[in-house]
Design a binder for this molecule. Structure first.
Ligand code: NAX
Length: 325
């Protein structure tokens, strides 16, 4: 049996946490040969709920779940964590301005970044989910100067999966046949789901669909506003699909993509003119626990315009929280 992997999950008693923890413990994320220890973080007022979630986890009798605990102290939750999934964030309350929300969340992620810096495994892999995910990941990364910056990522896989499914529906082909799709930028409606390189059985999807108006006027807005459409229909924000995307992103980062492209929000290395360290969605391949940005793709005028738009939004978010970094 392999050594257990310590997985810290924040916001553990929230909707995404509830959809996520059971799948981690069942082996969906790291494989059925990898035991796990769950280290759950939530606010003091959620500790009773956390006990309830742990009772349910216990009642599943998962063979891979070797230990778990819940706490409200980030330094306890992140102790020796190999993987940290930062889901917990402040929701927007009535009358709260966007800048107030950014600030409130920035403070949470600055504190959690500092705690990771102090107590987590030196090679902890971090996925930030709580919104605004890219900027929160940037703040956590800047608050953890002793950890590798590249280990701080933002969840962009839900956007990628949403785009995949829309293309599968349009072409009538299975999702599993689609390759080389990517989503650039911020996890927000400004994201740019780019299908220019995407193929099905080596056939270019853009040529197959051959309808730029559908792409610009239907596909891009549908993918970009999918989160709002779900809130409208369900009365609650995406939870199971978000949890599934977290599982996918970490699975692929740890286990590899076999040359397939996925999307992750990662600190830029300057590729495609994105300022260094800006946490940005890029096309990615993963191997041996490391990700690599797919380089040197041609960027046409339309794509550059879309990339500039999502970058401008991230620059704005960063400026609003500059007091914390
Ligand atoms: P919930 O409100 O159901 O749960 C959030 C949980 O976080 C609560 O249990 C709360 O007590 C806890 N929490 C709040 N502050 C905390 C702190 N400082 N430390 C630890 N725990 C804390 O929200 P849920 O639906 O689970 O969504 C969580 C976050 O994910 C939100 O910010 C949401 O916007 C974001 N999302 C991000 C997505 C992405 O693709 N990046 C997609 C789904 C989701 O919208």
């Amino acid at each position: 049996m392999k050594k257990p992997v310590r997985i810290a999950v924040t916001g553990a008693t929230g909707q995404i946490g509830y959809a996520l923890l059971f799948r981690i413990a069942s082996g969906d994320m790291l494989g059925t040969d990898t035991p796990v220890i769950l280290q759950l973080l939530d606010l003091p007022q959620s500790q009773t709920a956390a006990q309830g979630v742990m009772m349910e986890l216990q009642d599943c009798a998962f063979p891979l779940l070797v230990d778990m605990f819940a706490t409200h102290d980030p330094e306890v939750a992140f102790k020796d964590a190999d993987i940290a999934i930062l889901v917990g964030a402040r929701p927007r309350s009535k009358g709260m301005e966007r800048s107030d929300l950014l600030q409130a969340n920035a403070e949470i992620f600055a504190t959690q970044g500092a705690a990771l810096n102090k107590v987590a495994s030196r090679n902890v892999k971090v996925v930030v989910v709580g919104n605004p995910a890219n900027t929160n990941a940037y703040i956590a990364m800047k608050s953890a100067p002793d950890l590798p910056a590249k280990n701080f990522t933002a969840l962009m896989r839900l956007d990628h999966n949403r785009a995949l499914s829309q293309l599968a529906e349009k072409t009538g082909k299975p999702v599993s046949k689609i390759s080389k799709l990517c989503v650039w930028g911020n996890h927000s409606p400004t994201m740019y789901a780019d299908y220019r390189f995407a193929t099905i059985d080596n056939e270019n999807i853009a040529e197959m669909i051959n309808d730029q108006s559908w792409y610009v006027n239907e596909f891009l807005p549908k993918v970009g506003k999918r989160g709002s459409a779900i809130i409208e229909a369900r009365g609650l924000s995406s939870a199971a699909s978000a949890a599934n995307a977290i599982i996918d992103q970490i699975h692929d980062w740890v286990i590899g993509t076999n040359g397939e492209w996925v999307t992750m929000g990662v600190p830029s290395d300057g590729s495609y003119g994105i300022p260094e360290e800006m946490v940005f969605g890029f096309p990615m391949t993963c191997e041996n626990g490391e990700y690599t940005i797919v380089k040197d793709l041609p960027i046409d005028e339309f794509s550059q315009q879309r990339i500039n738009q999502t970058l401008a939004e991230l620059e704005e978010e960063k400026a609003e929280v500059s007091n914390l970094i």
